[in-house]
Design a protein around this ligand. Structure first.
Ligand code: MTE
Length: 322
């Protein structure tokens, strides 16, 4: 991956010089870590002039949705990131002073290799891929998002999980100074999430560092977040600082907050309603789909990824294990 030389808007006009320098270091660091495809590939979706670094050497990954992607604007202005407020436009309005660089992630627990790694060290040797995924929020809206990231399973393999590692627990950074939402107790902070080891190592599961061919904006979980497209969006924990391999099922933020409404699995399932609303249909965010003319589309089992993931849950009662 390389930094693109040409930019439509010099980032110095958008962000302070120090932030610009840090992002350059981030992308250059990824390049140095060998995260460059052998052929100079470019993503299908790449935007310029956003102030984010453009990613190169991104190969086209498998399982891409055939629907057109939502606009960069939809994806970066309609968000859930309670650390910056509970409104959909709060994350993009309130995340300007969040500093995603420098950044380190602790890899802990039942693995032969553990420690604290910068992003380059964490992702070293794993190629960046573009994955255009359907994303379904538990609030019954959806988007199609072209992520850039690496399969989490490829990353975890390098830390050599032990056989006792049955689950993976994730934690978001705790920085009330930079994250105004963390000064209010709307959730118990820091935000935590978890997956079974089979889910975490499934080839669909991504650790994303970018969207639309550029580094993740703060509101989308910079510099590193989880993407699990067959689950409700709240499983996609943002701004990760800890990845722990463990034997016991970890607690998860929404399950702690409202256990009768949000379970550990959170697989998209049109047949199991949320206690307060139906999950049978969804509203696709974006032009032609919002406001008065909002068209609802049927929600698919496992968000349309049943062929890839249904086998993970054979024998499990999905009504009880929601
Ligand atoms: N991660 C953290 N740390 N805090 C949050 O509030 N919200 C979740 C998830 N990850 C959330 C989070 C929810 S409910 C959704 S739908 C997705 O992020 C939204 O991701 P997006 O804003 O990039 O579309």
């Amino acid at each position: 991956m390389l930094i693109r030389g040409k930019r439509d808007i010099p980032s110095s006009e958008i962000t302070p010089e120090s932030a610009w320098f840090n992002r350059r270091t981030f992308v250059a660091g990824l390049a140095a870590a060998g995260l460059v495809g052998t052929a100079r590939a470019t993503p299908q979706y790449q935007i310029t002039g956003t102030g984010q670094e453009e990613l190169e050497g991104v190969s086209r990954g498998p399982f891409n949705a055939s629907e057109p992607a939502n606009s960069y604007e939809d994806i970066t202005t309609y968000n859930n990131f309670y650390e910056f407020g509970v409104g959909k436009d709060d994350p993009h309005r309130n995340s300007g002073s969040f500093k995603p660089q420098p950044w380190t992630v602790r890899v802990e627990g039942e693995a032969e290799v553990t420690g604290e790694f910068d992003i380059e060290g964490l992702l070293s040797g794993v190629g960046l891929e573009e994955r255009v995924y359907r994303m379904r929020c538990v609030e019954a809206w959806s988007m199609v998002i072209p992520w850039v990231g690496v399969p989490l399973g490829e990353v975890l393999k390098r830390f050599r999980p032990r056989s006792r590692a049955k689950y993976v627990a994730f934690q978001t950074v705790l920085r009330p100074d930079e994250m105004p939402g963390q000064r209010r107790r709307v959730l118990r902070w820091p935000y935590v999430e978890g997956l079974t080891i089979e889910e975490a190592t499934h080839p669909l599961t991504l650790l994303a560092v970018g969207v639309y061919g550029v580094t993740l904006p703060n509101q989308n979980g910079a510099p590193l977040r989880l993407v699990v497209p067959w689950k409700y969006g709240f499983k996609g924990i943002k701004s990760i600082v800890s990845i722990r391999l463990q034997e016991r099922q970890p607690p998860t933020s929404w399950n702690i907050s409202a256990p009768q409404e949000y379970g550990f699995y959170a697989n998209v399932n049109p047949e199991v309603d949320h206690p307060r609303w139906s999950q049978a249909t969804e509203r696709r965010i974006g032009s032609g789909f919002s406001g008065l003319f909002a068209r609802r589309i049927p929600t698919q089992m496992f968000n349309g990824y049943a062929d890839q993931v249904a086998h993970l849950y054979s024998g499990l009662d999905l009504r009880r294990n929601y």
